[in-house]
Write a new protein. Structure first.
Length: 114
């Protein structure tokens, strides 16, 4: 794989993940605002509403954590590109198959050590 192409793909992935996290955070904020509004309407406070909010909030938090980890993987891949180690397996040092990087640009290990 051409390293310029790899960098372009990683930059595209970084931008895609940043957009997803922005949307994700907006959804969390909307959920939080909805919860505050429902608390202000205390006359209709139901345990089911609270359970829904807690469940949704936990799911949104898990998604945000996953997106954060994916962003970190992209950043590590970019660092490896800049260091000149992008195509080397972090375990054995052998070359990572270009087809593997084609399928998964953030791969840090060869197929054998994945």
């Amino acid at each position: 794989m051409d390293w310029n192409e790899a960098r372009r793909r990683l930059d595209d992935e970084r931008a895609r993940l940043a957009a997803l996290r922005t949307r994700q955070r907006a959804e969390v904020q909307e959920l939080d605002e909805m919860a505050v509004t429902q608390e202000l309407d205390a006359g209709d406070d139901h345990i089911g509403d609270r359970a829904f909010y807690v469940t949704q909030r936990e799911q949104e938090s898990a998604i945000d954590s996953e997106l954060e980890e994916l962003e970190a993987q992209v950043e590590r891949a970019i660092e490896r590109l800049e260091e000149g180690t992008y195509d080397q397996c972090e375990v054995c040092g052998r070359e990572i198959d270009p087809e593997r990087h084609e399928a998964r640009p953030t791969a840090t290990r060869c197929v054998e050590h994945a």
